[in-house]
Design a protein around this ligand. Structure first.
Ligand SMILES: CC(C)(COP(=O)(O)OP(=O)(O)OC[C@H]1O[C@@H](n2cnc3c(N)ncnc32)[C@H](O)[C@@H]1OP(=O)(O)O)[C@@H](O)C(=O)NCCC(=O)NCCS
Length: 176
């Protein structure tokens, strides 16, 4: 059975590993190969150690199966005055995709939002995730250039684009 809980500082290494594996599988093309293949483990280990130590204004939810981490979702409250809370990361372990874990993670994440909308950015190339957000009732909004990880443009291939999906009423995610 898959279980869900809020992550703490002790989860940082496992969350970083799952996040990196998902980036390597799904972000190649937009993110540069040297970044994905050489730098991501250290970059994400540092990012998650800091995030899960502080946790102010954010919630990270993880999914587990047989004691192994199989999914993660990270939300930043009040990230945007118009769109509300930002789902900054949502990833399910590759072999376990399409079994409802992403839906459950997004629903549990949405439950934490109070009085604002919810939104996220998805890579233009990531049409599978776009189909998921559309199935979950997300509205497609504007687009922007992907901000380079750590502010370093060489970590991207050119100027990839990402699309906004948003939910003015996140309660629809918890009931759908
Ligand atoms: C996107 C992601 C989080 C979705 O989670 P998931 O557990 O695979 O999705 P679910 O099983 O909850 O899917 C629910 C519904 O969304 C739609 N959907 C999900 N994946 C889809 C796909 N690849 N193609 C078309 N529709 C899809 C379907 O309607 C699906 O219902 P169904 O399986 O009964 O047809 C997950 O696939 C993932 O981690 N992908 C790789 C990382 C990623 O792209 N993250 C998003 C970054 S913005």
């Amino acid at each position: 059975m898959t279980t869900f809980r809020i992550a703490g500082a002790d989860d940082a290494a496992a969350v970083a590993e799952l996040h990196g594996d998902s980036w390597r599988r799904h972000y190649r093309g937009a993110y540069a190969d040297p970044f994905l293949d050489d730098e991501v483990p250290e970059y994400l280990a540092a990012l998650w150690a800091k995030r899960l130590a502080v946790r102010e204004g954010t919630v990270t939810t993880v999914a587990e199966y047989d004691g192994q981490l199989v999914g993660l979702s990270h939300i930043v409250f009040d990230a945007d005055p118009k769109y509300g809370a930002l789902v900054d990361n949502l990833h399910v372990r590759a072999p376990l995709k399409r079994q409802g874990i992403g839906t459950r993670l997004l629903a549990l994440t949405a439950e934490h939002v109070r009085g604002t909308g919810l939104y996220l950015w998805v890579l233009e190339q990531n049409t599978a995730a776009q189909a998921f957000y559309e199935a979950r009732g997300g509205i497609r909004g504007d687009s922007q250039h992907v901000p380079p990880p750590g502010g370093q443009p060489r970590r991207l291939n050119g100027q990839p684009v990402c699309l906004r999906y948003y939910w003015p009423d996140p309660a629809t995610l918890t009931t759908s």
